[in-house]
Design a protein around this ligand. Structure first.
Ligand SMILES: Cc1ncc(COP(=O)(O)O)c(C=O)c1O
Length: 367
């Protein structure tokens, strides 16, 4: 299978519901996509502007300043001390890395790529791209013997599930038993909501509580799209096993997968500034506190969603029926069908809408 054989982009199926929602007299409230709506922090935008003279090719490995900023950030925000430039690598947003990791690791037919049952679709896309077998499973004991790559995602998209250090350690142990790489997609890590994650840090797979001092076969993947409203900059990175990082760097050099120099500068500044992250987190907390009770009042049960940017909800019937009911309220959600085959009765509500739109959604949902 090649890129040309990938299925039509599934969001086209939502178009009729969007059209229906747009007919609401007070307008559509689009909660279907996790695309940030708040401004890029001024300190970051200024760093990008200041770096606009970018006549030379940027470094695939990232500038020394960026690599140091990533390592410092892991120590300060993620409880992962001791990383160096050799442990980290910037990416052009994280979606390309998610899609290309099986290719960069040399996987192919006969190999399995495990991903969560409720999953960001790109894990499966990456497996299919190289002819590997995607396997949806959250139970390490059932991961097959031919597994070569495992994706975990905490807090999860779409389900907001947060994995504890104990659960992460079990995943790492099983991946090592299988000789598989374990990649942990942690892009919502700053957004823990329900106890204990309102006060405790959402653990990284690189936390010494999870891996001790052995990073073999383990990667943490992070993105600034959500925490810093930088989705349009395409700014992300990975960290972990330096042998793997070196291999990925070589492949990425050949493919030209290089974050633009001004973006590398902007990322460096974003990673050094915690204030804007706190501010953004507070915005999402406020929106969630309005939307969550309203979704429940409308008759949905919310599952997990203890962290991350979404409410993962069901009213016990097919998601397309829920989509229709919501469209009549002028609200667009995302159907569970888009996140694998295991949750056809769930819908995903994103917290990425303005305060005004979230308040309007809460009002329309509350009977
Ligand atoms: C779980 C997960 N991983 C990766 C991404 C990709 O983010 P980006 O490419 O903006 O870094 C997303 C975006 O929604 C996501 O939800």
């Amino acid at each position: 299978m090649g890129v040309a054989d990938l299925a039509d982009y599934p969001w086209d199926a939502v178009a009729p519901y969007a059209e229906r929602a747009r007919r609401h007299p007070a307008g559509i409230i689009d909660l279907s996509i996790g695309s940030p709506v708040d401004p890029t922090p001024e300190v970051v935008a200024e760093a990008l502007r200041d770096a606009s003279d970018a006549h030379a090719y940027p470094q695939t490995a990232g500038t020394p300043a960026l690599r140091e900023a990533v390592a410092d950030w892991y120590a300060r925000r993620r409880g992962v001390p001791g990383l160096t430039a050799a442990h980290v690598l910037p990416t052009v947003g994280s979606k390309e890395l998610v899609a290309l990791l099986p290719l960069l690791l040399g996987l192919g037919p006969g190999d399995a790529v495990v991903h969560p049952r409720a999953a960001y679709p790109t894990y499966e896309v990456g497996a299919r791209l190289v002819g590997a077998e995607p396997v949806a499973s959250d139970d390490p004991s059932s991961w097959p013997a031919h597994t070569r790559l495992v994706w975990i995602n905490s807090p999860g998209n779409p389900d907001g599930r947060v994995l504890s250090a104990v659960e992460l350690a079990a995943a790492v142990a099983r991946a090592r038993e299988l000789g598989a790489v374990l990649a942990s997609d942690e892009c919502y890590a700053e957004l823990g909501w329900d106890a204990p994650w309102d006060a405790a840090r959402v653990p990284s797979v690189l936390d010494p509580q999870v891996v001790g001092d052995d990073l073999t076969g383990v990667l943490s993947v992070y993105s600034l799209s959500k925490q810093s409203n930088l989705a349009g900059y395409r700014a992300a990175f990975l960290a972990g096993d330096p042998t793997l990082v070196e291999r990925l760097l070589t492949g990425r050099k050949h493919l030209g997968l290089i974050p633009p120099a001004p973006v590398q500068r902007a990322m460096t500044v974003a990673l050094g500034d915690d204030a804007h992250v706190e501010e953004q987190r507070a915005r999402y907390a406020q929106r969630r506190s309005l939307l969550k009770p309203a979704v429940e009042a409308a008759g949905f049960r919310i599952d997990h969603s203890e962290g991350g940017l979404y409410l993962w909800a069901t009213e016990g019937r097919d998601a397309w029926d829920s989509m229709e009911r919501l469209a009549d309220l002028g609200i667009l959600a995302g159907p569970g069908h888009f996140y694998g085959s295991h949750f056809p009765q769930h819908v995903r509500f994103s917290l990425t809408a303005t305060d005004e739109r979230i308040a309007a959604a809460a009002e329309r949902l509350t009977p």
